[in-house]
Design a protein around this ligand. Structure first.
Ligand code: PRX
Length: 631
């Protein structure tokens, strides 16, 4: 049964219902799932705690809602289509029944190695179907998965393993990415030198490069599943039991583990998937994200599979072997819904329209974007050349913490407007506040985006540190969840996301804390102090600009900037490498010692005409020197 909305008036009606009678609304949606025991109460919440529970005391297993629910009728239906990095390597189509068997077999393999309900399992894998199998197998046996993007460094991986005291790591020998092959297992080996909780490592063979297998700890995937049954009873989970932890960056400190739970996440990801993309049975859906990010969790694996969809998983990158790869894959599988990031669109736009027009994209019905604001030019390019002016563009705003899409057109239902995420999904009660927390009512207002009522897939806590969750999201504005984003509501009541208002930057759709990058830079022995800001970047949306004070003895600027770049790469990973590093004699500070980032941002943007009054700074002379050096 589908709860798909088909018209604008239908949307308005449903939205009103969801606000006036949220419990009845969500209860009706949740009724279409398979629960082992129904809930006693739909929602219990308090944003002070915060303490949010959905579908209280209900029992379920999310994988039964993917498999058992559809197996009898749709067992032969393709669940995952996998497109490898190399276009001429053979692809794979995995039916629902085959996926079910793989998941069960791997569930049994993990159990045999001592993993059970509540244990944390790190997944550090390339984009192969086994990554999805690993996630679903964890869910099947009640283990809590934490997927770490396979581009993160061994240090970043070790931090995450330690933070959640993971018992097992699932990985591969290597990872093919475009023309490169990344030695993933070697990174895991390095990380495990800094951790003590991991008992077993299961290694999927992908690239066949030589790896060290530590006796007693490391097992090949194919050996682990040997002889294991393809039947595995689903663990009975409480609605509020942990489903997964996903680490994400904030404005301070190390990345935090965002916690999502079983019941609410299941209901919301399926509901939002069906409505935003207007998925119809038989459609082929493709989201180009990596399973290491929330987009991969909610809209490659869980949302689509819960809806009985065919989901495409792509191992490679948009420009390999050439800039036509996405469109070649769309043509090959006759993709109906295509979902990607603005940074990929801008990168492809730079190659012109020839790689697009070469391919038959007539199967496309809906095209979507996620991860960062999409500029109007990129929106129009996407709409005209990829969507041929006939496919609605769904610009979907959401976050790791929201678990699912919050503001977006429903394809073909909500009239679109370039660069606007448009309207909230049913159940999402948005509020715009000014700096003092005063609600800005009516249209044509701009301020900070908050949410005043819980939704089923919202963050429950930050793993191991509930206070941090409270401080980060629920303390800035009393009684509300604060998103960290600035927003405008225009004269039509449409929402346009303006970007982060905190010290988080968004580089190619990847979230990064400026403090996190600064801490990595400061690890270099010659660095005395640093300040990192974002600046507009043509392709990446935002680039990373680092101002660094260094001890220059025995070093040239070039040596130093290269070494600093390497340090960041080692500590976080290649995605955090600064685009620009400027060695400076000092950083502009207030008399109380606070770095004036506003000035640094302006200089990074190349806008030095209007730096405001710098005379009250502790060290105004330094501003001139930085301006000179930035030229
Ligand atoms: O600033 C917003 C931006 O990405 C942030 C969330 O990042 P992350 O948790 O990594 O999740 C990304 C994928 C859901 C938001 O706070 N963002 C996400 N989608 C959009 C966006 N900014 C503008 N428009 C969007 N559609």
């Amino acid at each position: 049964m589908s709860d798909r909305i088909h018209s604008l008036s239908g949307y308005i009606h449903e939205y009103q219902r969801s606000v006036n009678q949220p419990e009845q609304f969500w209860s009706r949606i949740a009724d279409s799932f398979h629960w082992q025991k129904r809930w006693d109460k739909v929602v219990d919440w308090d944003f002070e705690g915060p303490d949010v529970k959905w579908f209280l005391n209900a029992k379920l297993n999310i994988t039964e809602n993917i498999f058992e629910r559809y197996l009898f009728t749709h067992g032969d239906h393709p669940a995952i289509i996998w497109e490898p990095n190399e276009p001429n390597e053979s692809n794979q189509t995995i039916t629902l029944r085959q996926l079910y068997e793989k998941v069960n077999q791997f569930s049994n393999a993990m159990k045999a190695k001592g993993v059970g309900k509540g244990d944390r399992v790190i997944i550090y894998m390339p984009m192969v179907p086994e990554a999805a199998v690993a996630m679903l197998a964890c869910a099947r046996i009640g283990a809590v998965h934490s997927v770490v993007f396979a581009g993160f460094s061994s240090n970043a991986l070790a931090d995450r393993i330690n933070d959640c005291s993971a018992k097992m790591v699932l990985t591969a020998d290597g990872n093919f990415r475009g023309a490169k092959s990344i030695p993933v297992k070697a990174v895991v080996d390095e990380a495990l030198e800094k951790t003590s909780t991991v008992e077993k490592v299961i290694v999927f063979e992908r690239t066949k490069e030589a790896v060290d297998m530590k006796a007693g700890r490391d097992i090949w995937w194919h050996d682990a599943i040997k002889g294991q049954s393809t039947e595995c009873k689903a663990e009975v989970m409480d609605s509020e039991d942990l489903l997964f932890i996903l680490y994400t960056s904030g404005s301070t400190g190390k990345p935090k583990g965002v916690v999502h739970t079983c019941g609410g996440y299941m209901v919301y990801t399926k509901y939002s998937f069906e409505n935003v993309f207007q998925y119809e049975p038989g459609d082929v859906y493709w989201c180009t994200a990596d399973v290491g990010w929330i987009t991969g969790h909610s809209y490659i694996v869980y949302g689509p599979l819960l809806a009985g969809a065919t989901t495409v998983m792509f191992e490679g990158v948009p420009t390999y072997p050439d800039a036509g790869r996405f469109w070649e894959v769309v043509e090959k599988y006759k993709v109906n819904q295509f979902y990607t990031a603005p940074t990929a669109i801008r990168a492809l736009q730079a190659h012109g329209t020839e790689p697009v027009t070469k391919h038959d994209l007539s199967s496309l019905k809906v095209i979507g974007t996620v991860g960062e604001p999409i500029n109007e030019e990129a929106w129009h390019w996407y709409h005209s050349h990829v969507g041929k002016m006939k496919c609605p563009v769904v610009d979907t705003w959401w976050q790791t913490e929201t678990g699912g899409i919050m503001i977006s057109p429903l394809a073909g239902v909500t009239p679109t407007k370039p660069s606007y995420a448009t309207l909230p999904l049913p159940g999402v009660q948005l509020v715009i506040v000014d700096a003092d927390g005063k609600e800005l009512k009516g249209n044509s207002v701009e301020g900070n985006l908050c949410i005043k009522y819980p939704w089923p897939s919202m963050i429950r806590t930050t793993y191991g540190d509930h206070e941090r969750c409270k401080q980060t999201y629920f303390s800035t504005y009393k009684g509300m969840y604060f998103t960290g984003d600035g927003v405008k509501r225009d004269e039509d009541g449409y929402y346009r996301i303006l970007g982060r208002v905190d010290d988080v930057i968004n580089v190619s759709g990847h979230r990064m804390g400026t403090a996190e990058v600064e801490n990595a830079i400061n690890e270099h022995p010659k660095v005395i102090e640093s300040a990192v800001v974002g600046y507009p970047h043509e392709v990446k949306g935002q680039g990373i600009y680092a101002y660094v004070i260094c001890d220059m003895e025995n070093r040239t600027e070039e040596n130093l900037t290269n070494e600093i770049s390497e340090t960041v790469r080692n500590i976080i990973g290649p995605i955090a490498k600064p685009d620009k590093i400027q060695i400076v004699p000092g950083l502009p500070k207030t008399r109380s010692g606070k770095i004036m980032r506003r000035i640094l941002r302006k200089i990074a943007e190349g806008d030095t005409s209007n730096l405001g009054d710098t005379s009250t700074l502790l060290n105004p002379e330094v501003v001139e020197a930085i301006k000179e050096g930035a030229k």
